[in-house]
Design a protein around this ligand. Structure first.
Ligand code: HEC
Ligand code: HEC
Length: 232
């Protein structure tokens, strides 16, 4: 039974994706990518779209078109003005907006307690994993000589991908981009210890631990080292 519900959902998403595809030049929204990109939003809107902060609206189960329009309105900085949301929406591409809107619109609980997005992720899993593995292999090949040998702790690169990339790959909210030597050089000058402290405790637009409550201090430290090594 549950399987049928999911397949029905997949069919529905596919159908609505096809309509959407026309405005995106032929590509359907990618819910998994939407979730990744939305990591920067979780601090306030939560992963499930149910905000616990007063004044921060719930995004769960909102119409996809509504969410897209809201994000475009924040991005242009005129139609909808809110300092936080204008800054958060500014770096988003049309693809990002479509993916994030698809992700949050699917945050409605189904009979088995899973959200629509979780069901879609299972369906989509094969492709994103293939890409992630290819990327990870390429990066590992580049950085193998300096690799740290910590046991039972996620590598700096793994933590970066899970918790830091949302902002540090795109420069969201003004984050210095991975590999951007000019942006990192004055920061590197502060020394590793200070950078680690800033990453752990938060620093201006940089949330404490990048908002990753499940990251240990050691993991955040290795993610900082990863960012530093890649940005020298
Ligand atoms: C620092 C907290 C914070 C972060 C981070 C944040 N938001 Fe928001 N968001 C808000 C607040 C506060 C509002 C209400 C703003 C207003 O009054 O217009 C809002 C409003 C919205 C709305 C409009 C909802 C509605 O009902 O009209 C959308 C959509 C949205 N945010 C999406 C996002 C996305 C996507 C991200 C990540 C790229 C994000 N937000 C990051 C705090 C945040
Ligand atoms: C929500 C977006 C966001 C996430 C997620 C995020 N960062 Fe940042 N980070 C920022 C911003 C914005 C800055 C720049 C702050 C400033 O100098 O104004 C920054 C700056 C930094 C700096 C430089 C601090 C300094 O003193 O110059 C380090 C180091 C850093 N981040 C590490 C991390 C690590 C490690 C993670 C993941 C565990 C992470 N960040 C996740 C937004 C983010």
């Amino acid at each position: 039974m549950k399987k049928w519900i999911r397949m029905g959902l997949a069919a529905w998403l596919l159908a609505s994706s096809l309509v959407q595809a026309q405005s995106l030049g032929g590509t359907a929204p990618d819910v998994g990518a939407g979730k990744k990109r939305a990591a920067a939003c979780f601090a306030c809107h939560n992963a499930d779209g149910i905000s616990k902060i007063p004044g921060t609206p719930h995004l769960a189960g909102q119409e996809r078109g509504y969410l897209e329009n809201a994000l475009r309105a924040y991005r242009d900085g005129q139609t909808r003005q809110n300092a936080t949301m204008n800054a958060m929406a500014k770096p988003l591409s049309d693809r990002d907006i479509a993916n994030i809107a698809a992700y949050y619109s699917l945050q409605t609980r189904m009979n088995d307690g899973k959200t629509g997005a979780q069901a879609m992720e299972t369906i989509e899993r094969i492709r994103p994993v293939g890409i992630a593995v290819a990327e990870a292999t390429a990066i590992a090949a580049e950085s193998a000589p300096g690799a740290a040998s910590a046991a039972a702790v996620r590598s700096g690169e793994a933590v970066y991908s899970a918790a830091c990339m949302a902002c540090h790959a795109s420069g969201a909210a003004g984050a210095p981009k991975l590999g951007d030597k000019a942006a990192w050089s004055p920061r590197l000058g502060q020394g590793a210890a200070t950078l680690v402290q800033h990453a752990l405790k938060g620093f201006k637009g940089m949330p404490a631990k990048g908002g990753c409550s499940t990251c240990s201090d050691a993991e955040v430290k290795s993610a900082v080292e990863y960012l530093m090594t890649k940005s020298k």
